[in-house]
Design a protein around this ligand. Structure first.
Ligand SMILES: C[S@@+](CC[C@H](N)C(=O)[O-])C[C@H]1O[C@@H](n2cnc3c(N)ncnc32)[C@H](O)[C@@H]1O
Length: 445
């Protein structure tokens, strides 16, 4: 296929109505309802699944009670929107912390239940934390099981305060459901990040400068209670709007295998895959490490492995596909350029081999002819732009999907997940990604 034919096939859309939407959604509120419970790197804006679900519902391609699948759930944006549209959701993520966020955001809890649990949790909390501070200041030993976070990342006695709140949340298990307990863990997770010496606005682990650390004296009680109250209000409004009988099934699982998702079991897929391997793009594991260790009692080693196990990571078990480049002319061209530059051709191949495995699993689990939307951004490697939207399109065609639309959108600069692409070296700035594409295809008939 010549370049020109190739490009025109790509931009041709079978669905003109999808083309009329401004997918950038400038100035949209992306934190409404439970989307605002907790941050996550490279979050998809909820307006994308919202508009796609409205479109396919309006055209009776899906109907209420159907199932939406997201193989890269992250913080659960698709799962939340599924429930807001009367749909069930299935979600996978290789990061246990992402699974916790997905459940916490998508499964509704009624406000009176949260109010009651909060009353129980808060009853003596202020006093207990004050006592902890006094004990700490008097140099007496504090009997508390401190989380296994790295030395030098938290001020004290704030770390003791976090550990105490964690234990009080666990005590709720006696009288409340796991959903309620998880709700408070998510608040504690947010407070953990704010309490630590983590530099604001960075998803990677960067510590504040030493002089800033000296001034960092957060009030854990105030941070926690403020965030609980904000989250109760968001969850209360969400739970008033959605059907509590719908299902949200979240699996801490690898989407290259998708073992928990049955054949032909989903009616639509909406997903935003990682931009590349976690190590050199967005380190979801690094972002999640402390919050997951403190609030969700996860092990340090488990969290350290998340970035190796993600798509294109060093722990991938998939063998190279010898002919992958034959399946996508754009991938072949990219690999050639990376080879010439003595760049990272093998890393790119590893990533797309893994990505292809997910695409094949998505075919297996999706009912024939049903829509699948890949929200992809183009990253750079060795200063070479990787045309992930073209590669996605070509690999999908190779597998037998039919192309429906490729919808460009701009990413507001401020929400870019990292500043120092592509080398990932602090201080070295590269070309920033500034656009994304939503590649909409249909599962093979
Ligand atoms: C771009 S983020 C998804 C963000 C999500 N749409 C949201 O709005 O929060 C990509 C996610 O893919 C997950 N991931 C990477 N490799 C995976 C794999 N092999 N199986 C399942 N999830 C994986 C990462 O942990 C990360 O949470």
């Amino acid at each position: 296929m010549s370049d020109r034919t190739h490009q025109s096939t790509l931009t041709a859309t079978e669905d003109e109505e999808l083309d009329t939407i401004d997918w950038t959604f400038p100035a949209a509120d992306t934190q409404y309802l439970t989307h605002g419970l907790h941050t996550y790197p490279a979050r998809m804006i909820p307006q994308i699944p919202d508009a796609l679900l409205n479109h396919f519902l309006d055209h009776s391609e899906i109907e209420e009670g159907d199932t939406v699948y997201d193989p890269f759930s992250g913080s659960g944006t698709t799962a939340v929107e599924a429930r807001l549209h009367g749909l069930n959701a299935k979600a996978n993520d290789i990061n246990p912390f992402a699974c916790m966020l997905t459940k916490a955001k998508a499964i509704p809890i009624e406000r009176p239940t949260l109010d009651a649990a909060y009353r129980d949790l808060r009853s003596d909390l202020k006093l207990e934390l004050r006592k902890l501070t006094e004990t700490y200041e008097s140099d007496e030993e504090i009997e508390i099981d401190l989380p296994a976070v790295r030395d030098g990342w938290f001020p004290e006695p704030q770390l003791q305060h976090l550990a105490h709140i964690r234990d009080e949340i666990s005590a709720l298990e006696e009288n409340y459901s796991e959903e309620v307990v998880r709700f408070f863990r998510v608040v504690l997770s947010k407070v953990t990040r704010r309490t630590s010496y983590q530099r604001n606005g960075e998803f990677k682990r960067y510590r504040m400068a030493p002089e800033d650390r000296e001034d960092h004296d957060p009030d854990v009680y105030a941070l926690f209670t403020d965030k609980v109250e904000e989250n109760i209000s968001l969850m209360g409004s969400y739970s008033d709007r959605v059907d509590s009988d719908l299902d949200t099934d979240v699996y801490y699982a690898d989407s290259r295998k998708a073992e928990d998702i049955g054949d032909n079991s989903v009616d639509i897929v909406i997903t935003s895959p990682p931009y590349g391997d976690h190590g050199t793009t967005v380190a979801y594991g690094q972002f999640s490490q402390d919050p997951a260790i403190v609030a969700d009692r996860r092990e340090y080693d488990e969290m350290r492995n998340v970035d190796k196990e993600g798509l294109g990571g060093s722990a991938s078990e998939l063998a190279d596909l010898d002919d992958l480049e034959d399946r996508s002319p754009s991938l072949a061209e990219t690999i050639e350029v990376l080879d010439e530059k003595d760049g990272r051709a093998q890393d790119a191949l590893d990533f797309f081999t893994d990505y292809y495995a997910v695409m094949e699993q998505v075919v297996r689990v999706t009912k024939p002819g049903q829509p699948v939307a890949w929200v992809v951004a183009n990253r750079t490697m060795s200063r070479v732009n990787i045309p992930t939207h073209l590669i996605t399109y070509e690999l999908c065609l190779d597998i037998g999907y039919e192309h429906e639309a490729t919808l460009p959108r701009e990413i507001p600069q401020k929400t870019l997940p990292w500043e120092n692409a592509p080398e990932n070296t602090p201080g070295v700035k590269g070309d920033l990604m500034a656009n994304e594409n939503i590649v909409v295809v249909r599962a093979p008939e």
